[in-house]
Ligand binder design. Sequence first.
Ligand code: ADP
Ligand code: MG
Length: 209
Amino acid sequence: MLLQYQSVVLKPRNGSYGRDIVFIKRNGPNAYRIHNEQNAVTMRDTDKLLKWLRRKNRSGGYIVQRRLQLTQIQHKPFDIRIMVQRKKGSSSTWNVTGSYAKVAAQGYLVTNVTSRTIPVLEALRLARIGDRGLLVKAERIARLAAQRLGERYPKLRTVGFDIGIDRKRRIWIIEGNYQPDLRPFRLLRDSSMYRRILWYKNIKAKKDG
Ligand SMILES: Nc1ncnc2c1ncn2[C@@H]1O[C@H](COP(=O)(O)OP(=O)(O)O)[C@@H](O)[C@H]1O
Ligand SMILES: [Mg+2]
């Protein structure tokens, strides 16, 4: 993938909470710039890089993704979490029940290590990247993705999508979480989303959906 893209992201398959995510950037024909947590090093040899990676994650291997150029707020990248839920009974439709933006801490490329949580519209405004229209678009993408996943997983009722917006305002799904953390919603000043999420968790759809 590094032959195809300037920059990639490696994520441990055995779950990480952002801690062991590695960003690798091609830096000349046989050199790489590696960024992990707040540290960055250069490696001048492909074999060295592979050895380093194997030592770092012996057990599970990695998922590799193209690195997105996430929009930033004061040089800190951010992405958004969109909660999508459906009621009990798989014929019911998927709805967006909450969202927030995660702003990376100083020096970090991931937004889930000691990040700041703010309302999405505020993040879009601070980044001067868009307004409600962009959020509506991202919500539609999250709903469509959940619908597709729900066809495969009939019992699935909740997906927390991490969604990135790049500098060209393109919208990307970073990942979907089936047991998303609800704490950030509880901590938001406006508790209406948190209450809606809990309500949805417990409600059953009527027979006709
Ligand atoms: N392809 C990518 N390009 C840029 N940043 C990414 C990419 N994938 C992940 N990140 C950053 O790392 C964070 C954590 O990655 P994620 O896939 O959500 O794993 P997890 O939350 O399970 O640790 C994301 O929220 C995002 O800030
Ligand atoms: Mg995530």
